[in-house]
Design a protein around this ligand. Structure first.
Ligand SMILES: [Mg+2]
Length: 183
């Protein structure tokens, strides 16, 4: 069974943060920080909040890199996203799927369903998660996976993934060369 690379959506390919700042003036990049009840109510007063999020800058580069794991290395590739803690945005499942299909129709959407459930999706040691939440990355790593944490931009995550991908491609080439030489 091959490995799978999982891309989080909010804060990774969908710019949740930009929208939160626009609506309530701040975001919760630090998982220890929580939206106030009033601010969350304001955010979810748009029932299609997840449908209309803009793309993160460089999201297409990140996705193309992840497609390399799938298309060149034979990995699985999915989005792994979560629903709000109280499941209080009824359009979440539908709109996240629709958003993903609109931008990246070749990639399926899996749901935690909750953020704290994401680590249950580690099926093989070394499965990769790209996520902006530190707690998600820590629980993913504790479950045997590899986590690439996204900061306020995708820059460092793309660099880390590029290095990992280059190493894996070069190993795959070495093995192929070896097989050819034996033959
Ligand atoms: Mg996220």
């Amino acid at each position: 069974m091959s490995n799978t690379i999982h891309l989080d959506m909010d804060g990774v390919v969908a710019d949740w943060r930009a929208n939160a700042i626009r609506v309530i003036g701040y975001d919760c990049f630090d998982p220890k920080q929580r939206y106030s009840a009033a601010d969350w109510d304001l955010l979810r007063s748009d029932p299609h909040i997840f449908l209309n999020l803009p793309l993160m800058p460089r999201a297409n580069e990140l996705v193309d890199l992840a497609r390399g794991y799938r298309d060149r290395l034979g990995w699985g590739l999915v989005f792994l996203t979560a629903i709000p803690h109280n499941n209080d945005v009824p359009w979440t499942f539908h709109d996240k799927f629709t958003w993903a299909q609109g931008h990246y129709p070749d990639i399926a959407v899996h749901f935690g369903p909750y953020s704290e459930d994401k680590h249950l999706h580690v099926k093989q040691p070394g499965d990769i998660l790209v996520d902006d939440r530190l707690d998600n990355c820590e629980s993913w790593t504790a479950a045997g996976g590899l986590a690439v944490r996204v900061g306020r931009s995708l820059d460092s995550a793309i660099l880390a993934l590029e290095l990992d991908y280059a190493k894996r491609v070069s190993t795959a080439l070495d093995l192929r060369d070896l097989v050819l030489n034996v033959l």
